[in-house]
Design a protein around this ligand. Structure first.
Ligand SMILES: NC(=O)NCCC[C@H](N)C(=O)O
Length: 509
């Protein structure tokens, strides 16, 4: 039986409907191989203490299991208790027979292992990865001698090959240290999945592995629901400069299934105009995706704001968290207080961040037949003046909230330098477990003030888990809460809970 047949498995129509199933990836050994000389190329800004990162991540896993698959909790608690002196309990290791194996909290390495148990697929995947990574025939043959699927999946992800007695290790290819950010490798659009096409070589193998996982596991038998994006066929004939303009990369952090018929796409450092163009055409050409409205948000190309989900996320129907520097309202308020004459006087062209943001809306009713040559751009300039008014308009139009009830919480409570410092450590990158219950990082304390001022409880994940364990509270009773994960190490990889999750199933809202 395929995954789809076993489960009513994949459907996401908002960012805030109760989360029922998601795909994650636990920090693997490859993260422990990141060296300073590779920071830029491998998209890291620091080295990470892997053991501590895993401890932090396991709190995240426990939280997810409490909300999504509570039946697994007694097993996890028992396993932790028995192995309290072990660096990491076996139930958290996807290559260990004791792995918790949930069909709600799915794991990439674990799924890859299941596929690799099929001999024909095993050959195909090894050849595919080896061709992609350009490894020698000798390496390919060595990989083929690994008969243990769990071991092979680990090698294909970490790039590290051990000999039989585990004494010697060899790198067969680079690690994929950003694989924990499963958000970026694909986006569930109602019951379809848009497969990403990474902007940088460092994340390409993630996309390849995700293709295998999607075609051979998650969407087996339903492959028509997978949407792939690629360069146009004449791309290869373009010269180097033209290729820069027409490169087609899209990463999941830039695509949000924000409301049942409404998709947001960020054009950013990672997602290119030509990728947005292709997504718009593919989605409008396929009525089954259920999308009528596509809003494209162009943000500055900057490491601090690599995807739109580093700038804002949806918290509750009426509430958003946003980086104030990108809000036209905040920008205007500052300018009203003291007019910025220096903007006339500076030699170089100075454009404040919020003014460099551009927003475009494309609209095609489902009932209308798609015409490739038609321009679906619609003018929304009367109501959308910038990013903040866009978010407000989504609450009002897509979620029926009264204009006066929409709340915007700002990174660092909108006080410099906390706004920038906390945005850098993902204050705006929250994962909603349900409408009004979101997960973030414990270090973004100034941002908490905005949450508390708006009636939210802020609680450390450890405290919450204790309450669950002591039966003082159940996940169903948690409301209007920001749950914060320990983040000393997790945040160094430069993604938050939103990035560390690929929702596959949410309740309709
Ligand atoms: N959606 C996200 O913002 N993902 C975070 C990705 C962080 C990773 N180090 C990267 O630069 O790609």
């Amino acid at each position: 039986m395929t995954f789809m047949q076993q489960t009513s498995s994949i459907n996401v129509s908002s960012e805030i409907g109760t989360l029922k199933r998601l795909l994650i990836h636990s920090p693997d050994g490859g993260i422990g191989k990141v060296v300073p000389g590779k920071f830029k190329e491998w998209l890291y800004d620091d080295t990470v203490h892997l053991a501590q990162m895993r401890r932090e991540y396991n709190e995240y896993i426990k939280l997810l299991l409490y909300f999504l698959d509570p039946e697994k909790i007694p097993y996890i608690l028992e396993c932790e208790k028995k192995q309290v002196n072990q660096k990491q309990a076996d139930c958290f290791k996807p290559d260990n027979p004791a792995y918790f194996n949930s069909d709600k909290v799915l794991e990439t390495q674990f799924l890859l292992t299941q596929i690799l148990k099929n001999e024909a697929l095993r050959q195909r995947i090894i050849s595919g990865v080896c061709a992609w990574e350009g490894c020698s025939f000798a390496t390919e043959r060595t990989l083929q001698t690994i008969t243990d699927a769990a071991e092979l999946a680990k090698v294909l992800i970490t790039g590290v090959l051990h000999n039989k007695d585990k004494s010697i290790k060899e790198f067969v290819f680079a690690p994929v240290p950003n694989f924990i950010f499963t958000r970026d490798i694909g986006i569930t659009i109602n019951d379809h999945l848009l497969l990403s096409n990474a902007a940088t070589a460092a994340r390409e193998r993630e996309n390849l592995l995700m293709k295998f996982i999607s075609f051979y596991y998650l969407f087996e038998g339903n492959e028509d629901k997978l949407i792939e994006i690629s360069e146009s066929s004449d791309f290869f004939l373009l010269d180097e400069n033209e290729q820069k303009d027409f490169k087609t990369s899209v990463e999941g952090g830039d695509v949000m299934m924000i409301a049942p018929n409404h998709l947001l796409i960020g054009v950013s450092e990672r997602t290119t105009p030509s990728a947005a163009d292709e997504v718009i055409h593919k989605i409008f050409a396929n009525n089954k995706t259920g999308i009528e409205k596509i809003t494209v948000i162009k943000i500055p190309h900057h490491r601090a704001v690599m995807h739109i989900d580093t700038v804002f996320t949806h918290v509750r129907k009426d509430t958003w968290v946003l980086f104030g520097k990108f809000s036209e309202r905040v920008g205007q308020e500052r300018n009203d207080k003291q007019f910025a004459y220096y903007r006339y006087l500076l030699d170089k062209d100075y454009v404040p961040e919020h003014e460099s943001i551009e927003i475009f809306r494309f609209y095609k009713p489902i009932a209308e037949t798609y015409q490739p040559g038609k321009d679906y751009l619609t003018d929304i300039s009367d109501k959308v003046k910038g990013l903040e008014s866009l978010l407000r308009s989504i609450s009002i139009e897509d979620f029926g909230i009264a204009e006066s009830d929409v709340k915007i919480i700002y990174s660092g409570n909108n006080v410099f330098p906390h706004d920038e410092r906390e945005q850098w450590t993902d204050s705006c990158n929250l994962l909603a477990l349900k409408n009004g219950v979101v997960v973030g990082y414990d270090r973004n304390e100034e941002t908490f003030k905005g949450f508390m001022a708006n009636g939210f409880t802020v609680i450390k994940v450890g405290e919450l888990l204790k309450k669950f364990e002591n039966n003082e509270l159940t996940p169903a009773e948690v409301k209007d809460t920001l749950i914060v994960l320990p983040s000393a190490e997790l945040s160094r990889a430069r993604g938050g809970a939103h990035c560390m999750s690929m929702p596959l199933l949410r309740e309709k809202i």
